[in-house]
Design a protein around this ligand. Structure first.
Ligand code: KG4
Ligand code: ZN
Length: 329
């Protein structure tokens, strides 16, 4: 076997390692979740995250290499997330990649986690047709961009405050739905009716997003209308998010006239958002590219997939951590 990239993802609270070939075939992947470590804190505790990555990383690398019967000579490169993310967590992945690179004599590339999400749609299934409009909706990011090809993009808009995923998680906490918030809200929303008319921040203004006002409005309604059920509250919140996201996607499809609409990031796992985006794409006769559920949230396969772009462009490997890396850099 030859021509594999070893991907390493440790930007937040999952230690993930994968082997992916040029076509997007995932030869092996292992992801160690830290969910139980952080659950009690109601969010990721950075110091504990980096310690847990440190414990898990080498056995996870050894695990995927053994599972796929791969030796270092089968590797074209190593790709590791260098940002955005938690500095301590990023450093564990980067130091590991650097050490493996030297020991195995395989080049290691620092990869933008956001580019990983963008390339997640290429894993094992559909292919993006360019030009494309991409919407990244995750816990850390909310952005919409026009992609001319796999590498060049024009940023259309991003969030002014909270990300969509963050607002799902915060609303889930307000409703005592536990972590992770997204899937819990989805499940509750399916059983409810959107009876509350919540605000749709910036729905009709360009491509910028703002979700903190929506979150505060949910908090006020919980206080003022204790009679509204958790299911109806969740359904109302999801309806507002879906409305804003589809309005931006609709505008981008109308203005950019792309060949595909790509929706990536953890929130792309939401069935309500998937259904609504299917309708928008159908309206314009555009191909909808959604990563299968398992590739929508953070994973190393998408990082390995994105690494192929760095290798093929002959980019200089850069293993400096960049906690605030944006899509522009
Ligand atoms: O992409 P991701 O795994 O990590 C970041 O890079 O941020 O996204 C995590 C976010 C969390 O806020 C989580 O609540 C949300 O994705 N999420 C969902 C669903 N699954 C995960 N949101 C809505 N519906 C889901 N099914
Ligand atoms: Zn992510």
């Amino acid at each position: 076997m030859s021509g594999l990239i070893l991907g390493i993802e440790t930007s937040c609270d999952d230690t993930s390692v994968a082997l992916v070939d040029r076509t997007g075939h995932v030869a092996a992947i292992r992801t160690v979740s830290q969910f139980e470590i952080h659950e009690a804190f109601g969010g990721v505790y950075p110091e504990l995250a980096s310690r847990a990555h440190l414990e898990a990383i080498l056995p996870t690398v050894e695990g995927v290499m053994a599972e796929a019967s791969v030796t270092p000579s089968d590797l074209t490169a190593i790709g590791v997330t260098r940002g955005p993310g938690l500095i301590g967590s990023l450093l564990v992945g980067l130091a590991t990649a650097e050490a493996l690179s030297m020991g195995w004599n395989v080049p290691a590339y620092g990869v933008n986690h956001l580019r990983g999400h963008i390339r997640s749609v290429e894993l094992e299934s559909g292919r993006t047709e360019f030009p494309a409009v991409i919407m990244l909706v995750s816990g850390g990011h909310t952005l919409i961009a026009e992609l001319k090809d796999a590498w060049s993009y024009r940023l259309l808009g991003t969030t002014r405050d909270d990300s969509v995923g963050e607002s799902y998680d915060k609303v889930a906490r307000m409703l005592s739905l536990g972590m992770p918030g997204g899937p819990a809200i989805d499940r509750a929303a399916k059983l409810g009716t959107p009876v509350l008319r919540l605000p749709r921040p910036m729905k009709n203004e360009g491509y910028e997003f703002s979700f903190s006002g929506l979150k505060s409005s949910v908090a006020r309604h919980i206080e003022q209308h204790p009679e509204v059920s958790i299911e109806d509250m969740s359904a109302s919140f999801v309806a507002a998010c879906v409305d804003v996201l589809t309005a931006k996607a609709d505008r981008a499809l109308d203005e950019c006239k792309p060949r595909s609409l790509v929706i990536v990031g953890g929130v792309a796992a939401s069935p309500q958002i998937r259904d609504a985006m299917t309708e928008v794409a159908n309206k314009y006769g555009v191909e909808l590219c959604l990563p299968p559920m398992k590739w929508a949230t953070d994973n190393a396969a998408m990082i390995a997939m994105a690494t192929w772009d760095y290798v093929e462009r002959g980019l200089q490997p850069d293993l400096m951590p960049k906690p605030n890396l944006s899509l522009e850099t």
